[in-house]
Structures are given as C-alpha cells and as structure tokens.
Design a protein around this ligand. Structure first.
Ligand code: WT7
Length: 631
C-alpha cells in the first residue's frame, strides 16, 4: 500500500446497505464480546441439532476449548438433510463445469442421493466412525460427494491438494493412518490431463496402512488397477450396496469432522482437526453475514476444495446456508482469459470469492476480457489468502465489480476455520485492509511481551478469546498444538496467529505477512523447513535455506540459498535440476524462483539459520541485529 492510500474510504452504496443481512456492526460487535456465549447460542439456534448443548463453551481445559458441549449433531444434518423438505429439495445445490466445457448440476435432492450412495460404498469398504479417509482428487462433483459422504458416516476426511507429489501425499496418508484413499484417474488443467491415480499408486507403495483405493473415472486415461485393492467408483455405484438411502451418523459436537494438513515454521506439515458442531455454526454465520447470502444467490468461491477456503466456503458454510454453489475444474484462462467471466455470465453468478494471485493473474490480460461479457449479475466480491495490493484491489473493484460491488477482504487461517477479520457489506472499505474483527473475536496487535503496540505500529496479531470455528487440536499431537499456537502468550491465554499486523486509528487491521518461517506462494502455504527438507534429499545438497521474496504475480516466491557437497560445482544445469527435484518431490507450487549457491549459510551461535539476514540482504535492507551470529 502506498503512503496516504489508507485514507481512501469506499463507502457502500445505499442499495447494498438497504438489502444487507446485518445492518449495524458496532453494537452487535460489542454485544458479541460482552456476552459471547449468548451471541453464539443465538447463532447456533438457527441450525438444526439432534440434541442441543448443555453448555455453549467449555473452557475447563485450555487451549482445548469445547463448543456446544453435550450437543448431538452432524454437519450433514445442516448441509444436506434439513434441505430435503419439499420447499427446498429442488433448489440447485451444485453447478459444476469441467474444463473441457462439460457441465453437471445437482439439486439438494440429487446431492442427498449422491452423498448417500457414496456413504454406503464407504461403509461397505469397512469405513467406520472415527476413521480417516484420504481424498486426492481433481475439482469434480465427486470430490464434494466424497467429503460429504465421510462426514455423513462420521469418518474424518483428509483432503490432500491435487498438486502435491506422491511423497507429500504418502506423508499425509501415513501421518493420518489412513486405510482408504479416494481419487480419480486424472483431471483437466490447461487443456491437458493431469494424472492422479498414478500418483496415488506410487504413494500407496510408500504407505503401509493403505488398503483400498476408490477411483472415479474422469478422463478415461489408462491407469494401473490392482485386484482387491483398486475399485472403480462407477462399478461400486452400480452394486446393490450403493443404495441412495443412508442414515446420517449422530455425532458429538466436538467429534472430528476433518483433518487438514498445513505447513508451519518447523518440521513436517501438521493436521489441524476441525469438529462438527462449532465449525458448522462458525462457517454458516460468517458466510451468511459477510457474503450477505440470499436464498436466490448463486455463489462462487473459486478456490480449490483441497484447502481450508474450499472446505469452509465452497462446501460447508454455503451448503449449510442452502446456497447454490458453483464449482469449476480448471484454469481461469483456458482456453481464453475470459473463461471465468463467461461462466459468471452463463450461470448468473452473484458473489465471486477468490485470491489476490488469481486477480493479478487475470488483470494482466487487460480490461477487455471481462468487458466483453455481461458480468452485471455480480453483487459482491471477496478476496483471501494474502494481503491484496492496491492495484489488484482497484482493478477488481472497478473492472470486475464495475465500481458497485464491495470487496470482502477476509483474513483467516486453516487453524481458525472461518473468517476472523472481515468487513460486512455495510463496512466502509480501505483497500488492502481486511477491516475489522468478525463478531465474537477480540483481537490485538502486541509486542513480544504481550503489550499492545500503539496504533499504526507493527506487532504480532493475537486472538484473545475462543471462537467456535477454531481447530480442536493437531491430529495425534496435542503438544504441538500447544507449542505452536499457545506457548508464546501462555500467560495471557491468547492464540498466536504467526502474522504481523498493524491497527490504525479507526480500528482497521492491516496484515503485513507472516512473522515466522511460513512462505505464502500464490496464497499457498509452505514451510521453510519443509522445503529445505526436500532440498536435502538431493545428493548435491549439503544444506539450504528457503526464504520468501516479493513477486509481482505470486505475492511471494521461494528463493533458496544452497550449500553444495564438496564434489559438486554450481551451474545453471544443477540449478535447473534442483528446481525439477522440488517440483517432483513436493509439488509444482514448491518450485523455487531462484537458487543461489553459497559456501556457508549465516547461522546463530546456537546453529539456527538466519533466514531474516538472507532476506534483508536480498532486499538490500540493513542487516539488523547480528549479535547472535556465529563468527
Ligand atoms: C495465512 C493463513 C484462510 C484461507 C486461506 C489461507 C494469510 C489469509 C489473508 C488476507 C492478508 C491473509 C495470513 C494467514 N492470509 N488471508 N485476507 N489478508 N493475509 O489459509 O493457508 O492457513 O494461510 O494466510 O498470513 O496467516 P492458510
């Protein structure tokens, strides 16, 4: 953000204000902080429950907070079952378009049948309540059905992003002790087939726990299938076991709904655990209020279901709210840069939620691509994943939103389950700021001792109070949950976000970026330690350090400083080989922008790599405090 630009305020139009679901922020926010349990109970009352809670929030064992204690529910009760009345079951639940141009739609009635069939198939494979099923799929309707089917029978899903390598997939399968994996032969991306089943086959060789693989036929490419291990989904679906009637499993509010792996500053990716009750309430409320959801809306979150954005705001929040959701398989610029705008026009999309990276990617093709389509159905826009720069904000607002659509810049994390800082449509906007806390969240920008820093100064963003969308723990590693998020401000009992931020005099929050060794590339989250770990597997590498440097399109890009083993010499060829190595062993998103060779890495006396120094040197900034550096 340029200096002075914080001053630009974008006021909502009278039209937006008149129809807003929530017409007032300040009073309701104060009430939600003053009486959080009453506030969240009122939100929870809007959902269906098998049995209501005895206690809204159980704080007896911090930081393992339990929301809606004693309640019986299942997220499917709200996302599917309650929409089966004659009034709503014929409403469109899902509009899907494949990259080659094929399309399918499902009503809430059809969604229920598909999910029930899938659920019965999983049951017939021995999947039980509490099991973890891994999903590695392209963006096709069956990906959604698979997730929902797991939830319906009380199994947890672990969706692994389709761009990850077989090794990254195997790591996640093994960590979760997963026995069943669901995949597809492949998917379409930029006019080509991306193979998936072959990746799963390689991952299964590294996974002792893996017994069964169910494969959806999407592309028709040849794939290797093994007897008694591999099953085609369409074969299973034609068997009598795949009945379209299936009881939804009754769950405790804090039973596990899914795990989702994400990167931190140290070690291997960890799985955050989200639950049925609190997460249902939080995703539904945030989605309805921030995106001002109306029954007739067609809502499109253009993220990948493989990330938390997809879980919370493609699948669960919108389905609980009975929305019609759009799902698209492929690249935004295939075959032409107006693919998205064509679909907005064709399906009459009202709300479009995407990322700064995607916006910048489409912006570079110019205004004529959106302009040649009628995208006037759009009423609200959204952004997530990283701070949005002024240029991208203005283009999104002016060209895509025709100056009329407010942009909901939503700050949150895999850990938070849903929006923590986000405007409402009535909020005056400042480009680049996610504005103010969502209801029930008490936030502060503090220094290392936990003292609030003055307005306008940089500090660490903390969340002072529990909220219903928060992760319950790290799967099988509660200690890591405590250490990563609750240790730093243990005395105060605050959640440490890992982001640095500023708060301005109007109470608006400005996210600066990660203050740990997490790197956000195109909004995707990777850990330095994870990248360096994969680098180290290459025979030429003695050690390396990964840092994030600014990039016009991706927001940040990975830059690596590598120390070679004595029998290797730096060369362009070796640099290229290492880039391919990263792509193959971690995934395309992990391909470094540049690899620099060095004789040594700067380290502290205790042996920690000083990534900060590498970064300030690369940016031509002062070195800062070097007192802890080794000679
Ligand atoms: C990190 C969390 C939340 C879904 C997608 C990312 C950054 C996220 C914003 C935003 C500035 C943002 C933060 C955060 N971030 N949204 N609107 N403005 N920064 O989830 O992969 O868990 O990453 O993404 O740094 O800590 P995630």
């Amino acid at each position: 953000m340029e200096k002075g630009e914080e001053k630009t305020l974008f006021l909502p139009s009278q039209e937006v204000v008149n129809q807003a679901n929530v017409k007032e922020y300040d009073q309701l926010y104060l009430y939600s902080l003053d009486q959080p349990e009453a506030f969240w109970a009122e939100q929870a009352e809007q959902l269906s429950w098998y049995k209501k809670w005895d206690k809204v929030l159980d704080k007896s064992d911090p930081p393992f907070f339990k929301w809606f204690e004693g309640a019986k529910t299942n997220i499917i009760l709200n996302a599917i079952d309650r929409h089966q009345s004659s009034a709503t079951r014929n409403k469109l639940a899902v509009i899907w378009e494949g990259e080659p141009g094929d399309s399918r739609t499902y009503s809430y009635h059809a969604l229920n049948r598909e999910v029930s069939q899938f659920a019965n198939i999983l049951k017939s494979m021995g999947v039980k309540k509490g099991d973890v099923v891994t999903i590695y799929m392209p963006q096709i309707p069956e990906q959604l059905f698979a997730m929902l089917a797991c939830a319906k029978i009380g199994a947890a899903h672990s969706v692994v992003y389709g761009g990850f390598s077989h090794e990254a997939l195997a790591d996640r399968i093994n960590d979760a002790n997963s026995r069943v994996v669901i995949t597809a032969d492949g998917g379409y991306r930029r006019g080509k087939v991306v193979e998936m089943k072959s990746v799963v086959n390689k991952a299964m060789e590294l996974s002792p726990t893996m017994e069964i693989c169910i494969t959806v036929k999407r592309t028709g490419i040849d794939v290797y299938m093994e007897n008694d291990r591999d099953y085609w989904y369409h074969d299973l679906k034609s068997l009598p076991i795949a009945s379209s009637k299936c009881e939804t499993e009754v769950m405790d509010s804090s039973d596990m709904l899914f795990l989702l792996y994400t990167s931190g500053s140290t070690g291997k990716p960890k799985a955050l655990v989200h639950t049925h009750g609190g997460y249902s309430v939080y995703t539904a409320s945030t989605h309805k209020m921030v995106f001002d959801i109306k029954p007739e809306d067609r809502y499109w979150c253009a993220a990948d279901p493989g990330w938390i954005t997809g879980h919370s705001y493609i699948v669960y929040g919108p389905l609980i709210n009975g929305s019609t959701i759009m799902l698209y398989e492929g690249a935004p610029n295939h075959p032409y840069p107006d693919r998205w705008w064509k679909m907005v026009e064709k399906y009459g999309i009202n709300i479009l939620y995407t990322s700064p990276t995607a916006i910048r990617g489409l912006m570079r093709f110019g205004d004529s691509w959106p302009n040649r389509n009628d995208i006037s159905s759009l009423r609200l826009l959204g952004s997530v994943g990283e701070p949005i720069n002024a240029e991208a904000w203005n283009w999104f607002h002016k060209v895509v939103g025709r100056g009329k659509c407010p942009i909901m810049d939503t700050w949150w994390q895999t850990e938070t389950g849903g929006f923590v800082i986000a405007p409402l449509p009535i909020t005056p906007l400042k480009p680049g700021s996610a504005t103010k806390p969502f209801f029930g969240n008490d936030l502060a920008v503090v220094d290392d001792a936990g003292k609030e820093v003055p307005n306008g100064e940089e500090g660490t963003l903390v969340i002072k109070t529990p909220w219903p969308g928060m992760a319950k723990s790290v799967f099988n590693d509660p200690q890591r949950f405590i250490e990563t998020y609750w240790e730093k401000y243990k005395k105060q009992g605050w959640y440490h976000t890992g982001d640095s931020a500023k708060k301005d005099e109007d109470g608006y929050f400005w996210i600066i970026g990660r203050n740990d060794d997490v790197i956000k590339v195109s909004g995707y989250r990777l850990g330095s330690a994870e990248i360096e770990g994969v680098m180290a597997r290459h025979p030429a590498i003695a050690e390396s350090a990964a840092i994030a440097l600014p990039h016009n399109l991706k927001g940040n890009a990975i830059h690596i400083t590598a120390v070679l083993r004595s029998n290797y010499k730096p060369s362009k060829e070796l640099e290229h080989e290492l880039m391919v190595h990263m792509e193959e062993h971690l995934g395309k998103i992990a391909r470094p922008e540049a690899i620099q060779f060095a004789d040594v890495l700067p380290k502290t006396r205790s042996g920690k790599i000083m990534r900060r120094l590498l970064k300030s040197r690369a940016l031509g900034l002062p070195d800062g405090d070097l007192s802890t550096m080794e000679e």
